[in-house]
Design a protein around this ligand. Structure first.
Ligand SMILES: Nc1ncnc2c1ncn2[C@@H]1O[C@H](COP(=O)(O)OP(=O)(O)OP(=O)(O)O)[C@@H](O)[C@H]1O
Length: 596
C-alpha cells in the first residue's frame, strides 16, 4: 500500500509534504569516498533500492558518510562534524532506516507476543528540520521499496504546531514508529502532560542534529574567566535547555562534572544558607520514561567546536571515553578550505553592503573585489524604481494583488501602529538585489528575536513576494522548499526566517541568502549555518550581509558605538572569505562619513 494513496490520517504528517515529488536532478560536486558504495557500508537492500528509485543522483557515499554510516550500524557513539550540505542528516537517516527494528513484549508473560517499538529518536532544533527528515522518508517510502509498512510505522514527527502535543503523542503511542523525529521541547511537553504516553523504553539510538544549537557550549575546563564559569553554572541550574534535560535524563546519571560540583555547592550555600541537592531535573522525566539500556548517541553539526566536544565528556558526561566505542568523524577547517563547496570558494560568493542611516546611502563593504561573471544569475530586466514607487503609492492595493496576508502572518492593526524596527535603506537594498537577481527563491535571515511578520510586511510594501519560512505551510515555501525546480519562476519568493529556524534546511532552489546583520548574525558559527543554505554540494550561491555603518550597542543611543563594517570585515577574515562587490551598488567612498 502506498502511503500516498492512503486516506488514513497520520496526525503529524502535513498534507503539503505528501504532495511533493521526490526525485532530484542536481549536479553534485562532492568529495565522494572513492572505493566505497552504499552497499558496502551495510545499508539494507530495501533502503538501497528506495535510494536508487527516489534519489537517483545519490549514487556514492561521501567520505564522511563512508565513515559514519557503518559506525551507526555498528551501534557506536558518533561525533560528526562536516561542512554544511555534505549529507550528514541524509546519511544518518539512511543508517537509521537500515538499523534493526526494536520490539517490546506486550505483557510480562514469558511467552508474550511482541509489538514494534520506537528504535531511534532524532532530536532537531526546529520543526522545519523535523519535517525535512520526514520528507526524505516519504520519498523513500513512496517507491514502495521499503515494503508494505505504513509510513507512520516507519517515521513520525512530533513538534509544536498545528496539532496539540498530546494528540501527536497518542498517535505515536498507538503506532510507535521506527524513527521518532521531534524537538526536545515536544518530548518534555508530552511527558509532562501524560506521564507514560511516550513509549521510549526500547529506544536504541538518539541522534542530536544541529547539536550545538540545542546544547549550550560550556567554558573550557582550563578557562581562567571566572565570570564565564559562574555564568555557565547559573544557566545550568536555572535554565537547562530542553535538549539538555532530555540528554541528562537519558545519559546523565552522573550529573555534571566534578570540577563544577564544588563551586556549585559553594555558590548555593552562599546564596541560600544551606546545602541543596546538587542537581535535580526540571524536566519531570522519571525513570519510568527512560530506555532500559543506554542508547547509542550520535551528535552532529557543521559547527562542533573543540570546547563543545570536550564538554560532552568533561561536563555533561553524556559521552564517556571509558565506555569507548566513540567514532569521531571530524572535518577540520583546513580540509574544509580545500573543498569545493566552501566559504570563499567559487561556488559561493560573499558580499557586504553598508548603509548609512542618516543619509540612506548604500555602498559595498571596503575592499570588496570585483565580482566574477556568474552565468547562474542572469540579471533580470526589472525596473526596480518603478516597482518600489508603485508599492509605496498603493500599499493596500499592492498587498491585495500579492498573495493575501493571512491573519496569522500579520497582525495588521498592530503592525500599522508601530514603526518598523528594520532600517529602510537595508530593506530597500535587499529588495533591489532580490528584484534584479533572484531567479526563484531567496532567504532573508533575521536576528533570532526579530519579527518575521514585520519583515514580511515591510518587504511586501516594497513589492516583494515575501513569506515567513515554513516547510509545512504551502504558501510559505512548503510546496517548493524541499524539491529542486518547483519554486515559482515568474514570481520569485523571498522567504523570511530567523537565525534560529534555518539550521539544517536543504532548499534546492535557493540562490541568495540575505543577512540583516548585527550582533549574533556576525558570529562565525551562526554565519556558517546561514551561508551554508547555499553552495550545497558545490552549487552556486550568494550570501549578502547588510550592516549599518555604525551601530549603538545594546543600550540604544547610550550604548557603545560599534563599527559594524569592521566587525563584518573581521568575520570575513576569520572565515577566510574575500567579499565581492554587489554590482548594483557603488564601492565604498574613502571620504564617506560613517557616523549615523
Ligand atoms: N552521497 C550523496 N550524494 C549526493 N547527494 C547527497 C549525498 N548525501 C546527501 N545528499 C543530498 O545532499 C543534500 C544535503 O544533505 P543534508 O541536509 O543531509 O546535509 P547536512 O550535511 O546535514 O547539511 P547541514 O549541515 O546544513 O545540516 C540532500 O538534498 C541530500 O539528498
Amino acid at each position: 500500500m502506498s502511503f500516498l494513496s492512503s486516506p488514513s490520517a497520520v496526525l503529524a504528517r502535513p498534507k503539503a509534504l505528501l504532495r511533493l515529488p521526490c526525485s532530484t536532478t542536481r549536479r553534485w560536486i562532492i568529495h565522494h569516498s572513492e572505493d566505497q558504495s552504499f552497499q558496502s557500508l551495510g545499508l539494507k537492500p530495501h533502503v538501497l533500492a528506495g535510494l536508487k528509485a527516489a534519489f537517483p543522483n545519490v549514487q556514492q557515499p561521501t567520505a564522511a558518510q563512508a565513515q559514519f554510516i557503518p559506525a551507526i550500524l555498528g551501534h557506536k557513539d558518533v561525533l560528526l562534524k562536516d561542512v554544511t550540505g555534505a549529507g550528514k542528516s541524509f546519511g544518518i537517516l539512511l543508517a537509521l532506516l537500515s538499523s534493526p527494528r526494536r520490539f517490546v513484549k506486550v505483557s510480562r508473560e514469558p511467552r508474550s507476543p511482541t509489538r514494534p517499538a520506537i528504535t531511534a529518536l532524532v532530536l532537531t532544533p526546529h520543526r522545519d528540520l523535523a519535517y525535512q527528515f520526514l520528507h526524505w522518508v516519504q520519498c523513500l517510502h513512496a517507491t514502495e521499496e521499503l515494503g508494505d509498512f505504513p509510513l507512520e510505522s516507519i517515521a513520525q514527527v512530533m513538534v509544536r504546531g498545528s496539532l496539540a502535543i498530546e494528540e501527536q503523542a497518542r498517535a505515536v503511542a498507538k503506532t510507535p514508529p521506527h524513527i521518532l523525529i521531534c524537538t526536545p521541547q515536544a518530548i518534555l511537553e508530552a511527558l509532562q502532560q501524560e506521564e507514560h504516553v511516550l513509549p521510549l523504553r526500547e529506544v536504541a539510538t538518539v541522534i542530536v542534529d544541529e547539536a550545538d544549537s540545542m546544547l549550550e557550549s560550556p567554558p573550557r575546563k582550563t578557562d581562567k574567566d571566572k565570570y564565564a564559569v559562574k555564568k555557565y553554572l547559573r544557566m545550568l541550574y536555572k535554565h537547562p535547555t530542553p535538549a539538555r534535560q532530555v540528554l541528562d535524563a537519558f545519559y546523565g546519571v552522573r550529573h555534571y562534572a566534578d570540577w563544577i560540583a564544588h563551586k556549585a555547592r559553594q555558590q548555593r550555600e552562599d546564596a541560600e544558607g544551606q546545602l541543596q541537592p546538587f542537581m535535580k531535573l526540571a524536566s519531570g522525566i522519571t525513570k519510568a520514561h527512560l530506555p532500559w539500556r543506554r542508547p547509542q548517541l550520535v551528535i552532529t553539526s557543521a559547527t562542533l567546536s573543540v570546547s563543545f566536544r570536550q564538554g560532552l565528556y568533561q561536563d555533561s558526561k553524556w559521552l564517556t571515553k571509558e565506555e569507548g566505542d566513540i567514532v569521531k568523524v571530524i572535518t577540520h577547517e583546513r580540509q574544509v578550505h580545500r573543498m569545493s563547496n566552501l566559504h570563499g570558494s567559487a561556488a559561493v560568493t560573499h558580499s557586504g553592503l553598508v548603509y548609512n542611516v542618516s543619509s540612506g546611502s548604500i555602498t559595498n563593504i571596503k575592499n570588496a573585489l570585483e565580482a566574477p561573471e556568474d552565468p547562474a544569475f542572469p540579471q533580470k530586466p526589472v525596473d526596480i524604481e518603478a516597482e518600489l514607487g508603485d508599492s509605496e503609492l498603493g500599499d493596500s492595493e499592492t498587498l491585495s494583488s500579492q498573495s493575501a496576508v493571512t491573519a496569522e502572518e500579520v497582525d495588521e492593526g498592530k503592525l500599522e501602529s508601530t514603526p518598523s524596527p528594520f532600517p529602510e535603506p537595508a530593506m530597500e537594498a535587499i529588495a533591489t538585489v532580490f528584484a534584479l537577481e533572484v531567479p526563484r527563491v531567496a532567504l532573508l535571515v533575521l536576528h533570532p528575536t526579530a519579527s518575521v511578520e514585520r519583515a514580511v510586511r515591510d518587504m511586501r510594501r516594497l513589492g516583494i513576494d515575501a513569506h515567513g519560512l515554513d516547510v509545512v505551510h504551502e504558501e510559505r515555501g512548503g510546496s517548493y522548499l524541499l524539491r529542486e525546480g518547483t519554486a515559482p519562476k515568474e514570481d520569485p519568493t523571498l522567504l523570511v526566517a530567523t537565525l534560529a529556524t534555518i539550521r539544517g534546511l536543504d532548499m534546492p532552489d535557493l540562490t541568495h541568502v540575505f543577512v540583516l546583520g548585527t550582533g549574533d548574525a556576525l558570529d562565525p558559527d551562526a554565519y556558517t549555518h546561514v551561508a551554508g543554505r547555499v553552495g550545497r554540494f558545490g552549487k552556486s550561491g550568494k550570501v549578502i550581509t547588510v550592516v549599518p555603518s555604525v551601530y549603538h550597542g545594546k543600550d540604544g543611543k547610550k550604548g557603545k558605538l560599534v563599527d559594524e563594517q569592521n566587525r563584518l570585515l573581521m568575520l570575513y577574515k576569520k572565515m577566510a572569505v574575500k567579499p565581492v562587490r554587489v554590482v548594483h551598488f557603488d564601492l565604498a567612498s574613502p571620504k564617506e562619513d560613517p557616523v549615523m
